[in-house]
Design a protein around this ligand. Structure first.
Ligand code: SF4
Length: 285
């Protein structure tokens, strides 16, 4: 039998050992191994971002989650990473470090009604493996449900588990959110949800910038984003900073041929303007 190839940033092994919910990722962004928890094996999201890397993406919410199966998969994956030969056989040297567990899948994780129960389950497993306080628990979310009580419950629990929320904010204008995320959520509402999330659990903005039909975000778009950053500061919303991304991997959506990466100079210049507006920025071209 062929030896499995090392995982790379572009070789996410979502079908690891035939698992449904749990998969390993070697991430250049995270600089090590991340254990992903996918609550959307049905590839369903309530948004349809034009750069989304989920193949066969459909509009919808997470299906019913088999919590017992999720727990079995998570324990097996962590045993393999911490006590088995996973690092030696599947991970290139230099990345043999467990960084985090990330609720990040093929759709919006908080659309699973059992989201707070999943957080509690992960917390129990982290405790059993001696990982509490050792690694982070990250939630990668579009934030559109952050004001729902059951989501708030999960975010509150995450704060006690070294949790971190990466809250999607690609545009601060209604037109931009429609064009990029294909949602009609008013920016004001998104801002209010950001404030709720950030008060419950340490929160970073995750912002993806790219060119559409060769055209980078307009000066008007950039100004709206910078105005929002200044407002976050003046309203004292405790946002940790901005994770500013380029197009790391190809879009799997019909708009893919229209998208292209921006030069790293462009990202660096925009990052400087965000810093001037008051937030820390980590750039990942
Ligand atoms: S929110 Fe995430 S999963 Fe949903 S469409 Fe956008 S990038 Fe894809």
């Amino acid at each position: 039998m062929a030896r499995p190839s090392p995982l790379t940033p572009t070789n996410h092994d979502r079908d690891y050992a035939g698992f449904t919910y749990v998969y390993p990722v070697v991430s250049r962004r995270a600089g090590g191994v991340s254990v992903g928890v996918n609550l959307n094996p049905n590839n369903a999201c309530n948004w349809a971002c034009v750069y989304c890397q989920v193949p066969n993406l459909v509009r919808g919410t997470a299906p019913e989650i088999d919590l017992a199966q999720l727990e079995t998969e998570l324990r097996a994956m962590l045993s393999d990473i911490l006590d088995g030969d996973f690092m030696q056989t599947r991970v290139p040297e230099g990345a043999r470090r467990l960084n985090d567990i990330a609720l990040s899948g093929n759709g919006e994780p908080t659309s699973a009604r059992v989201f707070p129960r999943v957080v509690a389950l992960i917390g129990r497993v982290m405790k059993d493996f001696g990982l509490l306080g050792q690694i982070k628990l990250v939630l990668i979310t579009n934030g559109s449900l952050a004001d729902r009580p059951y989501v708030c419950d999960g975010l509150e629990q995450m704060a006690g588990l070294n949790g971190e929320v990466w809250f999607k904010l690609d545009s601060a204008t209604a037109a931009g959110m429609r064009a990029i995320n294909q949602t009609r959520i008013p920016p004001e509402k998104h801002h209010a949800r950001l404030a709720i999330a950030a008060k419950l659990c340490p929160t970073w903005l995750q912002t993806c910038v790219f060119a559409i039909d060769g055209v980078p975000p307009s000066e008007e778009e950039q100004q709206a984003y910078l105005a929002l950053v200044r407002r976050i500061k003046s309203d004292r919303i405790p946002v940790q900073g901005v994770l500013l991304y380029g197009l790391a991997r190809p879009s799997m959506q019909p708009q893919a041929p229209r998208l292209s990466s921006l030069p790293s100079d462009w990202l660096d210049a925009f990052a400087d303007r965000i810093r001037d507006a008051g937030l820390e920025v980590k750039v990942s071209p």
